[in-house]
Design a protein around this ligand. Structure first.
Ligand code: ZN
Length: 405
């Protein structure tokens, strides 16, 4: 008989993590910093308490290993945060993982992935990508933070040898039979459905476009409207056009989100018409069919704007990530376990953000369980979770693992 996981037990784990990196702007636990080292100490204490041996792999991921022959099932998440983040994105999954390991009859490893947020070096899901052997190491290690410190230097000062990272994939290959991550819902989907937990069917497809708009610099006062080639005004039309193109697809396709996320304009002077703009647009949907349909509409919007403004517009694909479906047998096991714990089937949701479980899923069966978030907000101190709901999620995982080979 396994012990019952309670909100109170989870609360004690959060209390032990305390105020590491907590300031007036929220939580700040960036990778390879003193705050990161403090969360590692917490991890070591929690692991010791439930009888797990702590090891750090060559990429700096933390493992709480059971006293049994690998491969084991792994559960976990991450302990780093964005700048000004909340308390639950990441630590919720790790705190639940220690409860799961303690309550489970089978050997379960707890994993905390290094630098999931990538907030310091723009290296999201760093630790899981290292395990999957998917990092372009020379390029990534040369990246510098805002203070000019390279990732290579930062890792070294945190006690991880950057030249040994290529040995990380061996750990994933030999140690993990599969992986489950519990994470805070980053939408209001579960809250609106009145459900404490949901099974994630997969991660969305993503395209990031880089748009270059070339106009002509000229005097903001003396240039008649008919003679302008204003790159910034064309960019504004394009931003609105990209959103309108997405709304025009509503109903034909699964939900599509489009975000004009970054803009650089030149010369960026108060009395000069903008000559050049670089604009980044991020588009996500459950599959590429919706993104491709949107892109087609965007291309005709671009032609129209170009003809109307005299601005030359070029679009390049800056990055593209495939959608990632989580393992169907594992999702089914989580669903059945939910039914046993809650008395009804949980909803399935598509996640529009990146996660370590999605990277690990390329190599071993993996899945995610989301926990209701009343505000739907994440990456901010406003994120909220009831630890009662989190305890339900942890109980579901314990039960699901019992049914897996
Ligand atoms: Zn997270």
């Amino acid at each position: 008989m396994t012990q019952v996981i309670t909100a109170k037990a989870l609360s004690a784990r959060f209390d032990a993590l305390g105020d590491v990196g907590v300031g007036p702007e929220g939580v700040q636990r960036l990778a390879w910093t003193a705050e990161d080292a403090a969360t590692r100490e917490w991890f070591e204490g929690q692991a010791a308490e439930v009888g797990l041996r702590v090891e750090r792999d060559p990429a700096g991921n933390l493992w709480g290993c059971p006293d049994a022959e690998p491969p084991w099932w792994g559960v976990g998440s991450h302990l780093d945060s964005v700048r000004g983040g909340g308390r639950f994105d990441g630590p919720l999954g790790v705190a639940c993982a220690f409860e799961i390991a303690a309550a489970s009859d089978r050997p379960v490893a707890v994993v905390s992935f290094a630098d999931e947020e990538g907030a310091r070096f723009n290296t999201p899901t760093f630790g899981s990508k290292a395990l999957a052997g998917r990092l372009d190491l020379p390029a990534v290690l040369a990246r510098r933070d805002d203070d000019g410190v390279s990732l290579r230097e930062a890792m070294r000062s945190a006690g991880v040898d950057p030249d040994a990272i290529d040995r990380a994939p061996e750990w994933l290959r030999t140690r993990l039979a599969g992986f489950v991550e519990i994470h805070i819902d980053q939408t209001t989907e579960l809250a609106r459905a009145g459900e404490p937990v949901g099974v994630v069917s997969g991660l969305a497809a993503r395209t990031r476009l880089e748009v270059r708009l070339s106009g002509r610099a000229d005097h903001a006062g003396t240039t008649p409207r008919s003679e302008r080639r204003d790159a910034l005004s064309a960019a504004a039309r394009l931003i609105v056009g990209a959103e309108d193109a997405a709304s025009s697809l509503d109903g034909d396709h699964a939900p599509l989100t489009v975000t004009a996320s970054r803009i650089i304009t030149k010369p960026n002077a108060p009395t000069t018409i903008a000559a050049e703009v670089r604009l980044w647009i991020d588009a996500r949907a459950p599959g590429f069919d919706a993104i491709d349909a949107w892109r087609k509409r965007l291309d005709s919007v671009v032609l129209e704007i170009g003809a109307r403004t005299g601005v030359e517009i070029e679009i390049a694909v800056a990055s593209r990530s495939d959608p990632r479906e989580f393992a169907p047998p594992l999702r089914a096991a989580l669903s059945r376990a939910c039914e046993a714990v809650l008395g009804h089937e949980p909803p399935e949701l598509v996640c529009f953000a990146g996660h370590d479980a999605g990277v690990v899923a390329e190599r071993v069966p993996a899945a995610m369980l989301f926990v209701r978030n009343a505000t739907g907000v994440s990456h901010s101190p406003d994120e909220t979770v009831s630890l009662e709901d989190a305890a339900v999620a942890a109980r579901v995982v314990v039960r699901a693992l019992e049914t897996l080979a």
